[in-house]
Design a protein around this ligand. Structure first.
Ligand code: NG6
Ligand code: CA
Length: 514
């Protein structure tokens, strides 16, 4: 029989071993957390390389700048395209959008561009145990080949490609229908007032910007002369769904409300929030409390509103003590534009503000300002604060980087253009990619490799002629720029460097045909 001392010893040993395994478990959880941080991706719209103050902008953006102070600021981060739909397509699928036709700026009644079964960023994270949500601008089509059924179940959509929750603006703020879709249904739709939408002809008797300009509170400059909703005429025609219509002034508040609710609800597990803001896309209608907040007019005011939204998210993460365990990325989908279809005096009130910073061109263009965008990454305790990285980074790599970071592998044949740039994203590698492809309006492709940039000859106009008046970078000549010494793409050095030109041409060709 064991003595009392022996029994006691065994008991104490057992206690000690329990404590030890308890400690191990805790370490295990910590390790797990550093592999599975919460991820908040704040994707702004049409925000230029020079639009926020930490990138030299003249409008104060203290909350966004705080991300730069506490995280990593990229100077060579690129979206894949100079317009929204293809950029977002690449971000979510790890594939360059131009690989298949029909992924340019989508009309508001387009069918789903990302087919269920495609490997996606939220899908990969969900496999890792994340709760995933999209809140904000979608613009990747909805529904089957017949397009979305606004009055029924809207599917496929975000929930069919990896998101657990979705609260979206179906296309853009300037396209009908002006309603939110939560999961599979239009929010606040009444059965006796169905929505009808057409992108071909007027449907119903609601006034249009073309026929009734006297009803407008914001006048259109080009396009945007169709159905009037909330005093603003849009692209496309709609009627019905009166109770479901948004008030543009409330969009930012609504998106923040839905985002913070998702974070609160999922604070115990790893979550991925893709917050795609409407700001600073047109129509630029800030909430009344932001109107006139800057002296740059509506475009300045929505930058201030965007900054507020970022502040609301970061404040909540602090409040919930999630700061150390949350990786935040802030970026934009394409470069800046002043007149994108409404007379909101963006150009007149610009003052010394330079939306493209030192870069040439803007939204739509093959020049740098089309796709080089602000990008900030903050992850307390993992990324040193206040650092700057010149690593070449493409948003097409966010999928591959998070797959690697969370220990997931990508299904063979899927996400063909993504790379694991986890080390670059978290600041350990300051080189990044070798090269990347930029897509301008009309699917014109350019190529950045190391310090150089190649734009193939293109018959398009040198400036956009249908409204925004932006330099496209299109030219009948081959163009080669030295981005390190000439970031503003002022001096074409193609003729002086025939060898390099040929090499880049060949490489771009082989990427296109791979
Ligand atoms: C253009 C619209 C522009 C904007 C853009 C898409 C006209 C004349 N212009 O066709 O206002 O909506 O599409 O912007 O209709 S994006 O950021 O979503 O790509
Ligand atoms: Ca955009």
């Amino acid at each position: 029989h064991p003595t009392r001392i022996q029994v006691c010893t065994v008991f104490i040993l057992l206690l000690l071993s329990c404590k030890k395994s308890g400690q191990e478990e805790k370490t295990g959880t910590n390790t797990d957390q550093s592999r599975h941080p919460n991820i908040v991706l704040i994707y702004s719209d049409d925000l230029g390389y020079g639009d926020i103050s930490c990138y030299g902008g003249s409008i104060a953006t203290p909350h966004i700048d705080k991300l730069a102070d506490e995280g990593l600021k990229f100077t060579n981060a690129y979206t894949t395209a100079a317009t929204c739909t293809p950029s977002r397509y690449s971000l979510l699928t790890g594939e360059y959008a131009w690989r298949t036709r029909g992924r340019g700026v989508a009309p508001g009644d387009a069918s789903s561009l990302i087919k269920p079964g495609t490997e996606t960023l939220p899908g990969i994270l969900r496999k890792s145990g994340y709760k995933t949500a999209v809140v904000g601008k979608w613009h990747l089509g909805l529904g089957d080949e017949n397009g979305p059924d606004w009055n029924g179940k809207i599917s496929p959509g975000p929930l069919e490609i990896g998101f657990d929750y979705s609260f979206i603006i179906p296309a853009t703020g300037d396209r009908v229908p002006c309603v939110f879709v939560e999961n599979h249904h239009v929010v606040n739709l009444k059965a006796d007032d169905p929505i009808r939408v057409s992108y071909k002809e007027k449907t119903g008797d609601w006034p249009t910007g073309k026929e009734n300009p006297e009803l407008l509170t914001t006048k259109w400059s080009h396009g945007h002369d169709m159905t009037i909703v909330n005093g603003i005429s849009r692209i496309g025609y709609m009627t019905g769904g009166k109770a479901a219509l948004w008030r543009d002034e409330d969009i930012a508040d609504k998106l923040v409300e839905k985002s913070t609710a998702f974070i609160r609800k999922n604070k115990e597990k790893p979550f991925f929030l893709y917050l795609a803001t409407h700001d600073i896309h047109v129509p630029r209608i800030a909430h009344e409390r932001f109107q006139g907040k800057t002296d740059r007019g509506p475009r300045g005011d929505v930058i201030a509103q965007l900054d507020w939204a970022v502040g609301e998210i970061t404040r909540l993460l602090e409040e919930l003590d999630l700061e150390d365990n949350t990786l935040i990325i802030f970026s934009s989908d394409n470069g800046p534009v002043l007149d994108d279809g409404y007379r909101d005096r963006a150009r007149e009130l610009l003052g010394n503000h330079r939306p493209s910073g030192i870069l040439r061109g803007g939204k739509y263009s093959a020049l740098e300002a089309g796709t080089r965008v602000p990008m900030l990454v903050k992850w307390t305790g993992h990324i040193p604060p206040g650092a700057e990285s010149a690593a070449l980074f493409s948003q097409v790599d966010i999928l591959g980087s998070f797959a690697a970071g969370t220990g997931q592998s990508i299904t063979t044949g899927q996400a063909p253009d993504t790379q694991d740039q986890w080390e670059a994203l978290t600041g350990k590698d300051r080189q990044g990619r070798d090269g990347l492809v930029q897509e301008a309006i009309g699917s014109v492709l350019s190529y950045v490799k190391g310090d150089y940039k190649f734009i193939p000859p293109n018959p398009g106009n040198a400036r956009i002629t249908w409204g925004p008046d932006i330099e496209t970078g299109f030219s009948g000549e081959e163009q080669l720029y030295d981005l390190r010494n000439d970031p503003s793409e002022k001096k074409n050095i193609a003729l002086q460097n025939p060898g390099l030109l040929q090499k880049m041409k060949k490489e771009l060709d082989s990427i296109i045909h791979s």
